[in-house]
Design a protein around this ligand. Sequence first.
Ligand code: SF4
Ligand code: SF4
Length: 79
Amino acid sequence: MKVKSEIKLIEVIIKKDTCKGCGLCVEVCPKGLITITSGDINKKGYPYAVFGDPEGKCTCCAQCAIICPDVAIEIRKSV
Ligand code: SF4
Ligand code: SF4
């Protein structure tokens, strides 16, 4: 018997100290997986974006990375 297994690993890396907390990535993510810290600030003094996906909902659409004006988001995937 053949068992087909598919493993999809997605990593959304947000460079904390490059982020200026503009929130564009938060608005564009169709799955609502990015939030802006409240209270925590980065080296530049801005609140910053954080990716969280405990249920594996990220589709790797990369819209967050594309819209970021500061190129602070990197998507890594392996299938
Ligand atoms: S890759 Fe797409 S689904 Fe995943 S966090 Fe970015 S915008 Fe959201
Ligand atoms: S779009 Fe870029 S700069 Fe703006 S909050 Fe998201 S990661 Fe930070």
